[in-house]
Design a protein around this ligand. Structure first.
Ligand SMILES: *Cc1c(COP(=O)(O)O)cnc(C)c1O
Length: 458
């Protein structure tokens, strides 16, 4: 069969409230042209993020009922710990309320002022948790990873030569760990090859530097390895996942991604001494080491979700559905970051809307237009998110790219929802010349994209 279907049927539904263009115009105005400031019930298809927005399975809901809420030593923790030890192979498993809590604990214990942490590309919470320790987050992705049009199969790979020269220049003493993010979220959700992970591991072992994986999308990454790395075309996802984690000394994880849970995360390490320090810190801020800020029921949902995320039929549907969206709009002429990543499609708003200069936020203008067209919520990843206003001159400091991200929640939307997204993007594309820029009228000092206000600039 050529048709690939959603490998699940729907037992429980959540109604979508439909609305009209007139209603959306008023919603957008009230939200000051910032899609973070509108109510979710005014959104028809929500592609803001794939984090915590997945649909749980009937097994996960059954796990929720089984959750053991004992403060210490719950059976749910034992299941959680054992599942992660089996999948990833690490000795110590520490639950946290989200991925960023795992990061904070890891870097608090391992980093000091002036240290350097190399990665392919650090995710923004990872970078922030490194920088707050006074350390430097260094991105060493291969050059193809920075070229939106390159179709390299593993654009998330780390540049091995630059890794070696960084270690030689900075000195081993100042590198407490090496990280790699799979898939590379901030680099367009692009995968990292097992060959590259093995090379990083070899260098880490040679220099005796611990190697940690930011594992948020480990299952999607493993599926890309199976598709694109010849050596693994006949391997099971479980085997590939084992091979990936065998290379590392530990990991951080947000269970809101490939844990297919609505909340949760964890930190793993093979180093018992480090684990003790991490648990001491966990007790201070997250909770006792057998729940770490989560309910027992969350631990159950995560343990089940991690296994479901590795199901090959699920992964095939997931990757193909994302690719389908990317290919359909790209065939119609919409410029996107190539090739489609695992969890999201990125539209190049600068290329699509050349009439809007970057300081008038082409990405923000495009997400507003898409919302007006069909009630889709996407997110700007450009100057609104990563730029800033120079305090002295009032000029905008621009981001390197002006992108719009369409992130696909796991198991939440069907093929016809995706067709609806395709049609509305193409409609907007056909009248792209009429779209005008925006002016920012309010911004906060930090993370301005969450609360900024805009007006139309015409
Ligand atoms: C989401 C994410 C994180 C942070 O996880 P949270 O659960 O949101 O705190 C870290 N790294 C990557 C690659 C992510 O995608």
């Amino acid at each position: 069969m050529k048709t690939i279907i959603e490998p699940f049927r729907i037992k429980s539904v959540e109604p979508i409230k439909m609305n009209t263009r007139i209603e959306r115009e008023s919603v957008l105005k009230k939200a000051h042209h910032n899609l973070f400031l509108m109510n979710a019930c005014d959104v028809i298809i929500d592609l803001l993020t794939d984090s915590g927005t997945g649909a749980m399975s009937s097994e996960q809901w059954a796990g929720i009922m089984r959750g053991d809420e004992s403060y210490a030593g719950s059976i749910s923790f034992q299941r959680f710990e054992k599942t992660i030890q089996n999948i990833m192979g690490f000795k110590n498993v520490i639950p946290t309320h989200q991925g960023r809590a795992a990061e904070r604990i890891l870097f608090s214990v391992m980093c000091k002022n002036g240290d350097v942490i190399p990665s392919n590309t650090h995710f923004d919470t990872t970078r922030a948790n490194i920088e707050i320790q006074g350390a430097i987050a260094k991105d060493l992705v291969i050059k193809e990873g920075l070229d939106p049009q390159s179709k390299h199969p593993f654009k998330g790979n780390m540049d091995i030569d630059r890794l070696i020269s960084t270690i030689e220049n900075v000195g081993v003493d100042k590198i407490p760990l090496i990280m790699v993010t799979i898939t590379n979220n901030s680099g367009g959700g692009q995968p990292v090859s097992l060959e590259n992970i093995r090379e990083i591991s070899k260098i880490a072992r040679k220099y005796k530097i611990p190697f940690y994986i930011d594992a948020c999308r480990f299952a999607e990454n493993a599926y890309f390895i199976k598709l694109r790395e010849d050596e693994f075309k006949n391997s099971s996802i479980e085997f590939i996942v084992t091979e990936i984690f065998k290379c590392a000394d530990g990991c951080t994880m947000s269970a809101k991604k490939d844990g297919i849970a609505n909340i949760g995360g964890f930190l793993c390490t093979n180093d018992n001494e480090m684990a003790q320090k991490q648990k001491d810190l966990l007790i201070l801020s997250e909770g006792f080491p057998t729940y770490g800020g989560l309910a027992g029921r969350d631990l159950e949902a995560i343990a089940i979700g991690l296994r479901e995320a590795m199901d090959e039929n699920y992964l095939e549907y997931r990757i193909i559905s994302t690719q389908y969206l990317g290919e359909k709009i790209s065939e119609a002429g919409v410029p996107i970051v190539q090739p489609p990543g695992g969890h999201a499609i990125y539209i190049d708003a600068k290329a699509m809307l050349p009439q809007i200069p970057p300081h008038e936020y082409p990405g923000q203008a495009l997400i507003c237009e898409l919302y007006l067209e069909s009630g889709i919520r996407s997110v700007e990843i450009g100057t609104v998110m990563f730029g800033s206003t120079d305090k002295e001159t009032g000029k905008e400091i621009l981001a390197p790219m002006e992108l719009v991200r369409l992130a696909i929640p796991r198991r939440t939307y069907t093929q016809s929802h995706i067709d609806y997204v395709v049609e509305s993007i193409i409609n907007v594309y056909h009248r792209k010349n009429e779209i005008t820029g925006l002016k920012m009228t309010y911004q906060a000092e930090h993370l301005r994209h969450f609360t900024a206000h805009f007006i139309e600039n015409n």
